[in-house]
Design a protein around this ligand. Structure first.
Ligand SMILES: [Zn+2]
Length: 405
């Protein structure tokens, strides 16, 4: 999906003539058809002849595709359609992409622009990992969960404690003692609610605690969260606000913490690889060919691919003679590689060549890993270890299930 979106993002039209259509699951297809018919009659007034023709064609194609659906699929559907120049002006070809999204399409959306609008799909693909958030200060607390970009409030609480200097007629010692008891009860209550909520999230990746004062530190150091949850605390951070406003602040600031968490994970994976290498255990391979062969024998436990690794394998055919060749291009996306090869002429007869088959090597390796049950880890170049994978091991490595003889 990520790669299809990258492909769609690389396409631009001559003018505003590319259609993006998002249909939510509850929307009637007949309503959408009516709206597209209205767009069609509006588009008939476009002055430029070429643009008019392209927009009308795209609308027609979109409606044709839509007609194939009696009703909107469970997650709705997304159609991209438009005339894409293949090789400069005048070489436009109508391209249509129908996508059934991984999550329900939230809104009805129609746009005609020079590019395809893929942002809502990108949003859906953002990491879907779950985190727990607690925002706490002396007066109130809020517990929430964060999955992908969506934050849901689980509970709000108030301490019910009097202020520090609010001793009234009581003796200062007695007041202080009661207050301490109250604070302890308050923390316990928060801990209990957080335990109830977070233990029910089976894939909880971590917990972030925020708040404006020192309360958050006292709470996170104390024995209020169940120990497995306490071990999942990723960080404690300062916020200007408490309660619900504080939650939004934590989400904004958490991006940095989560990035750091991922870097630590990547470092650990690379360290595990380097350990096997350094101890000569025979339980690793690196380099594209070695790793591919290990994947094919289903002995890979973890496949490590550098995010900088890009390679395409293309088969070209001459349109004129029987010449054909398969070429591997490093550092090139399938689209860039296709363009590059089609710009060259046949070495045999100088005729035009066409790319007839394209294979993305990252996809190929990932598919092999998936079908043999290997874990796939994309390693960024943001860490020293990540750079070693890129520069020292050809961008591809693996940790094996057992020793390779
Ligand atoms: Zn030729």
């Amino acid at each position: 999906m990520q790669r299809s979106l990258d492909l769609l993002d690389s396409k631009t039209g001559r003018h505003t003539e590319l259609i993006s259509l998002y249909v939510p699951p509850e929307k009637q297809i007949s309503d959408v058809m009516n709206q597209l018919r209205a767009e069609y009659s509006t588009a008939s007034n476009i002055k430029s002849r070429t643009t008019r023709r392209n927009v009308l064609d795209a609308l027609e194609k979109t409606m044709q595709r839509l007609r194939l659906f009696r009703e909107s699929p469970p997650n709705g559907l997304v159609i991209f359609c438009g005339a894409i120049p293949q090789n400069g002006d005048g070489t436009e070809k109508m391209e249509t992409y129908v996508i059934e999204p991984p999550e329900p399409t939230p809104i009805y959306y129609y746009r005609c622009d020079q590019r395809f609008h893929t942002e809502p799909l990108h949003e859906m693909l953002r990491e879907k990992e779950a985190y727990g958030i607690i925002v706490i200060d002396g007066n109130d607390a809020a517990i929430a969960s964060l999955r992908g970009r969506s934050l849901s409030l689980i509970r709000k609480m108030t301490s019910g404690l009097p202020g520090k200097h609010d001793a009234g007629g009581q003796s200062a010692r007695r007041f202080e003692r009661l207050r301490e008891q109250g604070v302890n009860e308050y923390y316990k209550r928060i801990g209990q609610h957080a335990n109830d909520a977070f233990l029910q999230i089976p894939d909880l990746k971590g917990i972030i605690i925020g708040g404006p004062g020192p309360t958050k530190e006292d709470f996170s150091k104390g024995e209020y969260l169940q120990y497995t949850l306490k071990n999942k605390i990723l960080g404690v951070l300062d916020t200007a606000y408490s309660s619900e406003e504080g939650l939004d602040e934590v989400v904004q600031k958490a991006t940095e913490i989560l990035k750091e968490v991922r870097y630590v994970e990547e470092k650990n994976i690379m360290q595990a690889f380097l350990y096997e290498l350094g101890h000569d255990t025979g339980k690793i391979t690196y380099g594209e060919d070695e790793v591919r062969s290990a994947l094919k024998r289903s002995i890979v436990r973890i496949l490590l691919i550098s995010d900088s690794f890009e390679e395409s394998r293309l088969t070209t055919k001459c349109l004129n003679c029987d010449y054909s060749e398969t070429i591997t291009l490093k550092g090139a996306s399938p689209e860039a590689a296709t363009q590059k090869l089609e710009a060259q002429l046949c070495p045999k007869c100088s005729g035009n060549v066409k790319v007839v088959e394209v294979e993305d090597v990252v996809d190929e390796l990932a598919n092999l890993a998936e079908s043999s049950g290997a874990q796939i880890e994309i390693i960024s170049t943001q860490t020293e270890e990540g750079n070693m994978l890129k520069n020292g091991f050809g961008g591809v490595a693996s940790i094996l299930r057992f020793r390779q003889e």
